[in-house]
Design a protein around this ligand. Structure first.
Ligand SMILES: Cc1cc2nc3c(=O)[nH]c(=O)nc-3n(C[C@H](O)[C@H](O)[C@H](O)COP(=O)(O)O)c2cc1C
Length: 350
């Protein structure tokens, strides 16, 4: 249904219009109890809570940052079966981001090119919206500084974000490479000191760019050990377009600058997860992300050592059903003859 009818219609629209239309429909679904019940019965099933390295989630598949930047529809997105939703990137003040067009679809190779910047409504708005989360929704918040902040203000920005949101967030993500290393360290030192002083301590993860080198990952692991951080998201988009097939150089150049998401990321995220697991030890929390397009890709991420998996492009290209398919595939890896998902499937099939 999604790929045969809904996707072709949505893809007639410019990506951000399609995004806005979908969000508006999701918000409306919230006001129609029958529709919400239908969505839940189609995509949700009862699962036992999974507690893994400080993250409580009902399964291992989450939604990456950037889809619900302003925390508008995380409750509705959760209806599609995600174990956790990462909202943001959120900054202290509202941000317009880069001029449009800034998102480009590459449907012949299930990829996206984007340079959105940090368009978001700012922390105050997001904080208010997160108060309305249903108790079951596991939320990560990807935080950043205001684009214009420099020096000491950068540290103030991150402390402010953490303090404003920690009661309504289950974990925080900070994008590695946002700050020069000395400032990143100074900020993390202040942030982890602040976190220590609080009764509720939320996990802090570093999200790595796909183009990070082994040397870069070694530095990340040192920083994680030094400041007692909890883990990584590996990885975000790549600047390397060499893995994109079925598009000419001219077509790609016409889209201008931007990071590549989806299938065009190639093997980089998987190799990063492998390296981080082998060198970071078994206690490191790893969320495998980037280029996870199929249930098989999700299983490969888990077998490389990821504790959880996040998707973005797969949701755009495959539709909501991909979430349950990935959960099923990962559950089957455990070789439990009757996992909660299998029971749900069997009951629905009756
Ligand atoms: C349109 C778009 C906007 C994004 N915005 C953000 C963002 O605000 N913060 C962030 O950390 N990642 C952002 N991302 C990156 C995604 O979170 C994800 O890391 C990336 O798309 C790779 O995953 P995928 O291959 O499953 O799409 C964005 C990606 C896209 C395509």
């Amino acid at each position: 249904m999604y790929k045969s009818t809904i996707r072709p219609l949505l893809f007639l629209l410019e990506p951000e219009r399609a995004h806005r239309l979908t969000f508006n429909l999701l918000k409306k679904s919230n006001r129609i109890p029958f529709l919400r019940r239908f969505l839940r019965s189609k995509y949700q099933y009862e699962e036992e809570k999974l507690i893994c390295k400080g993250i409580v989630s009902k399964n291992r598949i989450g939604l990456s940052a950037g889809m619900d930047k302003g925390a508008e529809v995380f409750n509705e997105l959760f209806d599609f079966g995600f174990g956790f939703i990462e909202v943001g990137t959120v900054t202290p003040h509202a941000c317009a981001g880069n001029p449009v067009p800034r998102i480009f679809r590459l449907p012949r190779y299930n990829s996206l090119i984007s340079r959105t910047g940090f368009n978001n409504p700012g922390v105050e708005v997001v904080k208010k919206r997160l108060r309305y989360r249903s108790g079951k929704v596991t939320i990560g918040v990807n935080i950043n500084k205001d684009p214009k902040s420099e020096g000491q203000q950068v540290i103030e920005d991150f402390l402010h974000m953490y303090m404003e949101l920690y009661t309504n967030a289950d974990y925080f993500t900070i994008n590695w490479g946002t700050l020069e290393l000395p400032l990143m360290k100074e900020m993390l030192e202040a942030l982890t000191r602040q976190r220590q002083s609080l009764v509720i301590k939320r996990p802090i993860l570093l999200k790595l760019p796909a183009d990070i080198t082994h040397e870069g990952m070694d530095t990340v692991l040192e920083v994680i050990a030094q400041y007692g951080l909890d883990g990584v998201i590996a990885t975000g988009p790549t600047n390397d377009r060499s893995q994109i097939r079925r598009y000419s150089e001219q077509e790609l150049n016409a889209m201008g600058a931007g990071g590549v998401s989806g299938k065009g990321l190639g093997m980089k995220p998987l190799l990063a997860v492998d390296y981080l697991r082998r060198n970071g030890g078994k206690d490191l929390l790893i969320i495998g992300a980037g280029g996870v397009m199929t249930p098989g890709d999700a299983c490969r991420m888990i077998s490389m050592g990821a504790d959880f998996v996040q998707i973005y492009s797969a949701f755009i290209y495959e539709g909501p059903g991909i979430v349950a398919d990935m959960i099923q595939a990962v559950a089957d890896m455990n070789e439990e003859p009757e996992s909660p998902l299998q029971k749900f499937r069997m009951n629905s099939a009756k």
